[in-house]
Design a binder for this molecule. Structure first.
Ligand code: G4P
Length: 521
């Protein structure tokens, strides 16, 4: 095996998806503790506290500044180099959150065991599922009363359409939580025991040693019955299905009390795949151990420091090695760019990186060379498949505050749209500009950047939440437009309706059953 391949095989690059408050920050923090990156719980959490008024740019800046330092978190664990990519939620939710999922090799889905699958998890899951990458599920908050474990697993299949396979099973829950029956390691992990006596091995029949008090506990007997049942009737562990994203291993635990997290992480680094090959040049596959360097830009963080006007382009390395100071070609323009200034993000401080390999993420200081989706390479030209477009859900009408400044207004909008910061639509009849986004923050960033980079003050008038669905031009009839669906065209001229809500969409579909309505991811 080449040195490069050995290094690539050590990489585990993933993102954590969850609905706000399911426990993503808490579990991330526990993982960083195991990785030795932070020493105290609360370090990551601290960045979440200072809530900001969304209209106050300086605060957003501060928040984004902080969130940028934790865009990628790295640590060593069990001989593996773990890269966790942050997927901002809450007010920071944006297309970047989705695009980040294009740069990972696996996803961890954190679910609140009392709530089950929530809307944001569902949205993020859809994007991950589309990529066909492995998804590992952590059912969190076991220290509280939650739903029946069987119910939670069944819901994965019913709501998300993915098979769940139990890797461990709770012995009690909430007040009565006593431990986890660990099917994979054939042991019981006791709740609230010191490190040394936390794990008790099970014998071949699945029984605890007779001197273990839990052995005769009715709750343990109940768990054994549940285990019998899932062994007989539940989904069977199937590694290739897991790798293909058709089955998700399910782990129960409690991030807050650090229960089951280490076992989860151990199992994750063991089962999750090393970086795989990527599609390039419309039909070729690029193996990660190809010696020449290649990667793509999946996110651009702009204006992080108002004094320096710097931007950082986040690149997923897909093949070869990165060295500081190397020259690469930018596929879109053919330009040669020297990568002098690159950053990897270790917890809360930025660290200069010298080397990184396929699977790693580097942040390149950018003076305006890069766009989202750009391919960079050395040697043979490599063009990665374009990043998918996502269906926006929030819309505003936008116009220049000063009608005399149309030129800078158009220039700014076009640049920002090209960069992927926002999506642009036009009213089908009036040609008025409408912006679409998946998160409110995108509008705020847009407004700020128009003012500061293009000296164009903009007026935005909210249209609110809409359900965007594309329609084939040949099926479009102007009479279909009504007060409950706004007809617009995207930047390629393709028509779509912005329905007031799902009800309006269904009403439309009932009225025109032959019309095919589609969405992006
Ligand atoms: P997020 O990043 O997914 O939004 O969630 P985060 O980790 O911030 O957790 C959301 C809330 O849930 C926090 O409580 C956190 O302490 C709590 N939590 C996370 N994991 C567990 C768990 O395993 N058990 C229990 N009982 N709670 C958990 P908070 O009150 O919002 O914040 P804080 O005041 O505790 O910091």
């Amino acid at each position: 095996m080449s040195d490069l391949l050995a290094k690539v095989n050590e990489r585990r690059t993933f993102a954590i998806i969850s609905h706000p408050d399911a426990g993503k920050t808490t579990i991330t923090e526990q993982m960083l503790l195991f990785g030795g990156v932070i020493r105290n719980a609360g370090t990551v959490k601290a960045r979440k506290t200072g809530h900001y008024a969304t209209s106050d740019w300086m605060e957003i800046e501060k928040k984004r500044g902080i969130s940028v330092t934790s865009s990628v978190m790295q640590f060593e664990f069990q001989g593996k180099r773990v890269n966790i990519l942050d997927t901002p939620g809450h007010q920071d939710f944006s297309e970047d959150t989705y695009r980040t999922l294009m740069a990972v090799d696996a996803a961890v889905m954190v679910i609140d065991a009392a709530k089950g699958i929530e809307p944001q998890t569902k949205k993020l899951f859809k994007v991950v599922k589309q990529r066909g990458i492995p998804i590992f599920t952590f059912m969190n908050k076991l220290d509280r009363d939650g739903r029946e474990p069987l119910d939670l697993i069944a819901e994965l299949e019913e709501v998300l359409g993915i098979e769940g396979v139990a890797m461990n099973w709770p012995i009690g829950m909430g007040q009565t939580l006593q431990g986890l029956y660990d099917l994979r390691n054939q042991r019981v992990e006791l709740y609230r025991k010191s490190d040394a006596d936390r794990f008790v091995p099970l014998d071949a029949a699945g029984d605890l040693p007779a001197d273990e008090p839990l052995a005769s506990d009715p709750q343990f007997k109940e768990t054994q019955e549940a285990i019998e049942l899932i062994k007989m009737a539940g989904n069977q562990f199937n590694r290739s299905k897991i790798i293909a994203g058709q089955q998700t291993p399910v782990y129960f635990g409690s991030a807050l009390t650090n229960f089951g997290v280490e076992t989860f992480l151990n199992s994750f680094v063991d089962l999750a795949p090393a970086p795989a090959s990527h599609s390039v040049n419309e039909g070729e596959e690029l193996a990660p151990d190809t010696p020449e360097f290649a990667g793509f830009v999946f996110k651009i963080q702009a204006n992080m420091n108002p004094q320096h006007r710097d931007r950082i382009a986040f690149v997923r390395i897909c093949s070869g090695e990165f060295h500081k100071g190397m020259d690469v070609q930018l596929a879109r323009t053919g330009k040669t760019i020297r990568l002098n200034n690159a950053t990897e993000f270790m917890s809360s401080q930025r660290v200069q990186v010298a080397d990184a390999v396929a699977g790693d993420i580097v942040g390149l200081y950018d003076t305006g060379n890069f766009q989202i989706g750009d391919s960079i390479y050395t040697g043979k030209k490599q063009v990665f498949a374009p990043l998918p477009e996502f269906t926006p859900e929030l819309f505003v009408r936008v116009s220049a505050k000063n009608v005399m400044k149309q030129k800078s207004f158009h220039k700014g909008i076009n640049q920002l749209v090209q960069e992927g910061a926002i999506q642009l639509y036009q009213n089908y009849q009036t040609d008025d500009y409408i912006l679409g986004a998946v998160g409110q923050l995108q509008f705020e960033v847009f407004q700020f950047r128009m003012q500061n980079e293009y000296h164009s003050a903009v007026t935005m008038e909210s249209i609110g939440h809409r359900v965007a669905r594309w329609i084939k031009p040949e099926q479009l009839d102007p009479s279909m437009s009504s007060s409950r669906n706004l007809l617009v065209k995207d930047r390629y001229g393709n028509p779509l309706f912005l329905f007031e809500n799902e009800f309006a969409q269904r009403f439309f579909q009932d009225k025109y059953p032959d019309v095919v309505l589609t969405e992006k991811i």
